[in-house]
Design a protein around this ligand. Structure first.
Ligand code: HEM
Length: 525
């Protein structure tokens, strides 16, 4: 690269790169309304502040720089890239984006930590999220995925409560494992997601090295009028790898932004992260044969009841130039689907169709689709006016439908399935998958030990009556697990008590700041 004898990481050299690309200042500095700035206006002491338009511009716009952070997934990053179809899946869907081997579709992808605030730590044991917006010829397709393959509940009514219980306590303003485990044990559908989170899958070694799962069972429609039911999986081509709690803690003490740095540096040095997109498939016929609910987002499909089909590759090859413009303002909405992908039919998904739209109306405004990063390749609507941005606002085209003056017209999708599948769900929770996770998905003794240690660590600060409920739940799941967690918990509490007794009170160091008493006496001679 341009820097001889030194290796700068892309993150380190961002400003130098800018300067290299712009050997001279990029232009005259202007006030907000365009008047060039005179150098005498840039210093305000001993001047008439209220006549200084530059000062007023500066202070008033600085004050308004923030928009509300996302209620979840606030701490995030992202990049541009493309999706390439590598396999013929025309049998399953007529969606243009997945048809035609070799076809490339531009994407923006945002990653985040589910329950961290905007300035939070990426090293926290937390669900990681990956949201993909495909800018297809038939509109934006948004697929939102988590780093674990199951969700915590089926009923959208639980959303606010999970959000509250898993984030900051209203009085202490701290993350609170008491509310966390309280909710998990009162609603054991959380169990499987909890287990994934407490295992090695709970802290991937960066966004590049994690798999991502949209979780819901999507309905796909083929051009022959058949329907298929699929679960998509994004599999990292680098192979999944994780950080242990100790490794994450060590990195966290120096760098809360480790995931963001890793992604930016990789893309900036041409090591483009990539994922294979594949789907687990069942036909309508297969669906009717299984002895479980394949629409249940809290659990995996059972072995032997489906087959897997590769679709394509997702590659991220361009860092964004402006985080706020392209990442903070990005609005992903799982309801943004395209012809050939009617989408999920479960109740949680129906709830999500409402929620994302609403939160983005609040966070970005009702015209968030007109913000550059959210704009589809083609769009003609009867939407008008409202809070900016309104862009061209459809200029002078007719603003009502139907009309006889050549406003935009609908088309007929001949291939669209005639009937929609109606799914009824229940609240019954099966604990067998938790036991299966402990005994089969955790691959060896070392993984099991780390899993138990992570649970124990998070139980230590929990109110004892809630700990007892956790023990009861684990007892119902697996004897070995419950025994190990109990022993580990008792040992951790004993160690904590011993440490409290043994630790002397901290010594207060003298403060070497000037004070009336400590000023050296100069005239002592
Ligand atoms: C299968 C289950 C779910 C998956 C895979 C999922 C995935 C995601 C992802 C990837 C994001 C990050 C979007 C971004 O980066 O901007 C996100 C944000 C969000 N999710 Fe979910 N989520 C799930 C369930 C839910 C549910 C049940 C709700 C509520 C009903 C919900 C509400 C939200 C909200 C409000 C945001 C913030 C969106 C924004 O401010 O733009 N999620 N979700």
């Amino acid at each position: 690269n341009e820097y001889t004898n030194v290796t700068y990481q892309p993150v380190q050299r961002q400003l130098l790169d800018f300067k290299n690309h712009h050997p001279r200042p990029i232009g005259l500095w202007t006030k907000n309304a365009g008047e060039p700035v005179d150098i005498r206006d840039t210093i305000t002491i001993n001047s008439d502040l209220f006549s200084n338009q530059l000062l007023i511009d500066t202070m008033s716009t600085k004050n308004a720089e923030r928009i509300p952070e996302r209620v979840v997934t606030a701490k995030g990053t992202g990049a541009f890239g493309y999706f390439e179809v590598t396999h013929d899946v025309s049998k399953y869907t007529y969606a243009d984006v997945f048809n035609g081997v070799g076809k490339k579709t531009p994407v923006i992808v945002r990653f985040a930590s589910a329950f961290q605030n905007k300035g939070g730590s990426e090293l926290a044991r937390d669900l990681k999220t990956m949201a993909i917006k495909f800018y297809t010829e038939e509109g934006n397709l948004d697929i939102l995925a988590l780093s674990i393959p199951v969700f915590a509940f089926k009923d959208p009514m639980m959303t606010r409560d999970m959000n509250h219980a898993f984030t900051r306590n209203p009085q202490t303003n701290m993350y609170d494992f008491t509310s966390f485990y309280d909710l998990v044990t009162l609603r054991p559908s959380f169990g499987q997601a909890l287990f994934w989170l407490m295992s090695d899958y709970g802290i991937p070694n960066g966004y590049r090295k994690m798999d991502a799962f949209p979780i819901h069972t999507y309905e796909l429609a083929s051009k022959h009028g058949e329907k298929y039911y699929v679960r998509f999986n994004f599999r990292t081509e680098l192979g999944f790898s994780n950080l242990t709690t100790a490794e994450a803690a060590a990195i966290q003490s120096l760098d809360l932004d480790y995931f963001t740095r890793d992604l930016y540096n990789a893309i900036g040095s041409g090591q483009y992260p990539s994922w294979k997109l594949e789907m687990d498939v069942m036909s309508l016929h297969d669906l009717k044969k299984v002895d479980y609910n394949p629409f249940d987002v809290t659990t995996l499909w059972k072995n032997g009841t489906f087959y897997t089909v590769p679709i394509g590759r997702l590659v991220l090859n361009r860092n964004v130039k402006n985080h706020f413009r392209d990442i903070e303002q990005a609005a992903f909405d799982p309801g943004n689907l395209v012809p050939g992908i009617p989408g999920p039919v479960d109740f949680l998904f129906r709830g999500r169709r409402m929620v994302y739209r609403d939160t983005q109306n609040y966070r970005l405004g009702r015209n968030h689709n007109k913000i550059l990063v959210n704009m589809p390749l083609y769009e003609k609507t009867y939407v008008r006016d409202g809070r900016p941005p309104t862009n061209l606002n459809m200029k002078n085209a007719p603003n009502y439908y139907p009309n006889s003056f050549h406003g935009p017209v609908p088309y007929v999708d001949e291939k669209r399935p005639l009937k929609k599948l109606e799914v009824l769900e229940n609240n019954v929770v099966d604990l067998a998958p938790m036991s299966y996770f402990y005994n089969h998905i955790l691959e060896d003794e070392a993984q099991r030990q780390r899993f138990v240690a992570n649970i124990v660590m998070t139980l230590v600060p929990v109110t004892p009556p809630v700990v007892q409920r956790v023990m009861k739940l684990f007892h119902l799941v697996d004897d070995d697990l419950s025994e190990r967690v109990r022993t580990g918990y008792e040992a951790a509490i004993a160690a904590q008590e011993a440490a409290a007794v043994a630790t002397p009170p901290p010594a207060v160091s003298s403060r070497r700041v000037p004070s009336a008493q400590s000023l050296p006496k100069r005239d002592s001679k």
